[in-house]
Design a protein around this ligand. Structure first.
Ligand SMILES: [Fe+2]
Length: 334
């Protein structure tokens, strides 16, 4: 956790969580927008015979698990489905919004949701996990509805970091010759609660990571809030009547990020969640993929044209990739 993070309360997170659980007795944007199939084909055209498969992983985002609508069963089925392929993923990357919501809930409600998350992972995930923090994983930033003051231990991102066993809000790891850079998109805004943005410290760290990555090493960037999205088309009506929600839809600093990206042709792919929509944008030499949502419309059915599902990603040693959005045939409970 970085000192500049407004949610970085100084406490032992795991210890706090264990204690608290016990105590609470809680047992289009200037680029070319292409269809998924078109973009999927493009990176695989080069040197098809020569390139080697590097790694397969699943991106499961926006599970929004909680006690209602059989969400725990749905999350279980999604994780089981993702691991049941003939060629299973080597790891699972969760994309944020693990739980239904803790931004605007009491601690008791938040911990109940996290307990379900922890239980499903324990029972239904046997591959390594990497996590990315989402806006609904942050506790109490909506002070009025969560009845918080902002001084409580774990307020903000502390509990989520503890659940995800993340030492920092943002981090990197290398797998099969690719560098993964996981960002924390969720920036506190006292007027609208959050917006998509990297704090200055994180941005400098991000620039340094890219600079220090060999130019021959392909990079994949993961964020919860999309760096680039065409979801204005989907949410246009909402944004007209609720314009304060626009800064939370996508990264408000994407012009800075793109400027950085142009210095690094080895940045190949950006993955995100948040909008609960499947989306692929090819902008110049970068591809931006949004991985829908495990929960669809928050366990109420399809979200617009997106069914409950996840993305399976295959990376190759030449920096190309394939992706497929896979539904797991969940039927929303009434
Ligand atoms: Fe979400």
């Amino acid at each position: 956790m970085k000192p500049s993070d407004p949610s970085a309360a100084n406490f032992s997170r795991r210890h706090f969580l264990n204690q608290t659980i016990a105590a609470s007795s809680l047992a289009g944007l200037g680029g070319l927008i292409s269809s998924q199939s078109e973009v999927q084909a493009a990176p695989t055209q080069n040197n098809k015979a020569e390139k080697k498969h590097a790694v397969r992983f699943a991106h499961l985002t926006d599970t929004h698990v909680y006690s209602g609508r059989s969400a725990a069963k749905g999350m279980s089925e999604a994780f089981q489905h993702a691991q049941s392929h003939d060629t299973p993923p080597e790891f699972i990357l969760t994309g944020g919004d693990a739980v239904m919501d803790t931004l605007a809930t009491t601690l008791k409600s938040g911990l109940e949701q996290w307990k379900i998350w922890e239980s499903v992972l324990k029972n239904d995930c046997s591959v390594p996990l990497h996590h990315c923090i989402g806006n609904h994983d942050v506790w109490g930033w909506d002070k009025k509805r969560s009845k918080t003051k902002g001084t409580e231990p774990g307020w903000g991102k502390g509990i989520a970091l503890d659940q995800f066993e993340m030492k920092e809000r943002y981090y990197t790891f290398d797998q099969a010759g690719w560098r993964f850079i996981v960002l924390d998109s969720i920036h506190y805004d006292e007027n609208i609660i959050y917006r998509g943005e990297l704090d200055q410290e994180q941005f400098e760290w991000f620039a340094k990571q890219l600079k220090n990555t060999p130019s021959t090493m392909p990079v994949i960037v993961i964020s919860h809030i999309p760096i680039l999205t065409a979801s204005d088309f989907v949410f246009g009506e909402i944004l007209v009547t609720q314009p304060h929600r626009r800064p939370g839809l996508s990264h408000q600093d994407n012009y800075k990020i793109m400027k950085l990206f142009y210095q690094h042709p080895n940045v190949k792919l950006c993955l995100s969640g948040h909008t609960h929509s499947t989306e692929v944008i090819q902008l110049h030499d970068k591809t931006f993929i949004n991985s829908g949502a495990v929960c669809g419309l928050w366990w109420k059915g399809n979200h617009y044209h997106t069914s409950e599902g996840y993305n399976m990603i295959d990376l190759y040693d030449d920096g190309s990739f394939d992706h497929e959005y896979i539904t797991y045939n969940w039927e929303a409970k009434k």
